[in-house]
Design a binder for this molecule. Structure first.
Ligand SMILES: [Zn+2]
Length: 218
């Protein structure tokens, strides 16, 4: 199997997490991955339902978002993904959804406050709000990059739109999308019980460092 075919298969398979974790409705949402060693990305085709996705249906684009190979047109969010890959060389995966709880915080334009140890572990602080930006230019991509460059969070809630997540791999970006929705839901429930205190900064730093560097199988 060629490298490109392997990335197509990986990106196709990762989309099953978006439906499994209830992050998407109808055909909304997309996962992309950078092709190792190439100035290319693989992304979901536009408007194809999740149960019809196959590795062969995945679309290959260059890092300007232009179609290189595929029988379908690429996701309408491709330019935003491409902008992230052009400007963040450490990023190899990008995910976008309108998952309901995270998008509720985006609708309010309010960061999700870092008030849980699990949030400190995964996000290293608040999940930030990015600027409002219309689709069809570099504005969404620029907003993602400018917001996440100044944050440890792999997730940004684009104002009045929804979450975008990044990762060192496409799988890591999918995990960030799943965890973002999970903490968005829990923090919304907590907010309904009353005011929320953020964790102290030293605790956030300690938790983040331990989880990122010590936790799990080595
Ligand atoms: Zn969107």
């Amino acid at each position: 199997m060629s490298v490109l075919d392997a990335v197509r298969a990986e990106v196709c398979a990762l989309h099953t997490h978006l439906t499994r974790w209830n992050l998407v409705t109808w055909t909304a949402g997309n996962v992309s991955a950078r092709v190792p060693g190439e100035d290319l990305l693989v992304i979901k085709p536009s408007g194809v339902s999740y149960d019809e996705l196959t590795p062969a249906a995945m679309v290959v684009c260059d890092l300007d978002g232009k179609l290189v190979e595929g029988e379908h047109s690429p996701s309408s969010d491709t330019e935003s993904h491409a902008y992230v890959y052009r400007h963040m060389p450490e990023v190899n995966g990008v995910v976008h959804t309108h998952s309901p709880y995270a998008t509720a915080w985006a609708a309010r334009g309010e960061p999700i406050p870092c008030s849980l140890t699990a949030m400190a572990d995964e996000f290293g602080g608040d999940i930030p709000i990015g600027p409002f930006a219309l689709i069809g230019s570099d504005d969404i991509g620029r907003g993602i990059v400018e917001t996440l460059r100044g944050s440890r969070s792999p997730a940004v809630l684009m104002r009045q739109h929804g979450p975008f997540t990044i990762g060192a791999s496409a799988k890591a970006a999918v995990k960030a999308a799943v965890m973002c929705e999970d903490v968005a839901r829990t923090m919304l429930l907590a907010r309904q019980l009353g005011a929320i205190d953020r964790l102290p900064g030293e605790a956030v730093d300690s938790l983040y460092d331990r989880y990122q560097n010590v936790y799990g199988q080595r």
